[in-house]
Write a protein that binds this ligand. Structure first.
Ligand code: FES
Length: 103
């Protein structure tokens, strides 16, 4: 399934990159920009980023469920990951509102 129409990136490509990043450091916080940087791409309209965030969360949950992470480690990490993405989402909305007011 095509996730990013600007860069023609499929969900499978995104999942593969996320798994590679988690293989390097399984507790790192992954954001869409990090995924795209690893693919040597960049967000253009960034309309796909909310979907990429959902893929990051799903893939990270699956990654840890298939490995030897404890439930407590996974729970704590997923809380931090979801909070991190929620904070970023809120900051993006505030940034857009400020730029709309300035225009
Ligand atoms: S749809 Fe992905 S950057 Fe535009």
């Amino acid at each position: 399934m095509l996730v990013c129409s600007c860069n023609f990136i499929s969900e499978k490509e995104i999942v593969d990159v996320i798994n590679d990043l988690l293989d390097q450091d399984r507790w790192q916080l992954i954001v869409p920009a990090k995924v795209y940087h690893a693919m040597e791409k960049r967000g253009r309209c960034c309309g796909c980023f909310p979907n990429v965030v959902d893929i990051i969360i799903r893939t990270t949950e699956r990654y840890h469920a298939e490995r030897h992470s404890t439930d407590a480690e996974i729970f704590d990490f997923m809380i931090r990951l979801k909070q991190f993405h929620e904070d970023n989402r809120r900051a993006d909305i505030e940034r857009r509102q400020k730029s709309n007011r300035a225009a």
